[in-house]
Design a protein around this ligand. Structure first.
Ligand SMILES: Cc1cc2nc3c(=O)[nH]c(=O)nc-3n(C[C@H](O)[C@H](O)[C@H](O)COP(=O)(O)O)c2cc1C
Length: 212
């Protein structure tokens, strides 16, 4: 744990080179809320989905910005986040796929937790090979059990909407930072469920390759 703190302090560390044991937590640097970025209106004007990704590996500080913008905690006292959530269920979890390892974002610790070692981006690509070039692919998984009430059909609908909210945060951050992304629904869902040991109530809904 102490070793991991030291790792996180190296703000410009290439996180792909961080060696983590499954289950171990790598704290992310605090998000920089004053980082110079394009304006909100410019981000809207330039938002687009691309298929061309740069292979350059991602900095830990940039992953911090991206995950916090996606669904980080912005109101700690209320345990609320940058993306809205139906019934405040907070059902969306974000998995981070890299060339070496898969991590789970822990928004409350603003940290990534190692889930499994290896490159599994082909499960997300599902034949769209451009996905495998991106150094980071974010997978949005809804846990339907977190909805306190509603029919199965309603829960699936709210889950899809919640995933869309997080995906748009990612798209707009990428646009403001002049990075590349694309929201995607195609993926090998049953393989991913097995890999990540997801329960029957956890549904992979969208994935987004991201690169500089
Ligand atoms: C829910 C959703 C699912 C999508 N799934 C895929 C996909 O699996 N593969 C893909 O290449 N693009 C996918 N896209 C991207 C769309 O093709 C893209 O948003 C559309 O062509 C409009 O382009 P734009 O985002 O640049 O405006 C998806 C978009 C959304 C909103």
């Amino acid at each position: 744990m102490r070793k991991n703190y030291v790792l996180a302090l190296l703000l410009f560390l290439d996180f792909l080179n961080v060696e983590a044991q499954p289950g171990s937590m790598i704290p992310l640097p605090s998000p920089d809320l004053h980082k110079p970025l394009k304006s909100v209106m410019e981000a809207f004007a330039e938002r687009k989905s691309v298929r061309e990704f740069d292979t350059m590996s991602f900095q830990l500080s940039d992953l911090s910005q991206l995950l916090w913008a996606a669904n980080g905690v912005n109101r700690p006292a209320e345990k609320k986040r940058t993306a809205p959530s139906a019934m405040n269920a907070q059902d969306i979890d974000i998995y981070v796929f890299t060339a070496k390892e898969v991590f789970l974002y822990d928004a409350f610790f603003h940290a990534i937790v190692s889930v499994v070692k290896g490159d599994f981006r082909q499960m997300l690509a599902a034949g769209q090979d451009f996905v495998k070039r991106a150094p980071v692919v974010l997978l949005l998984v809804s846990n339907l059990e977190r909805f306190p009430r509603g029919t199965d059909e309603q829960k699936k609908q709210w889950a899809a909407i919640d995933a869309g909210m997080v995906a748009q945060n990612i798209a707009l951050y990428c646009s403001a930072a002049q990075w590349r992304t694309r929201p995607r629904a195609f993926m090998e869902v049953s393989q991913l469920k097995e890999l990540l040991h997801l329960s029957a109530a956890q549904e992979p809904l969208l994935n987004l390759p991201v690169s500089y």
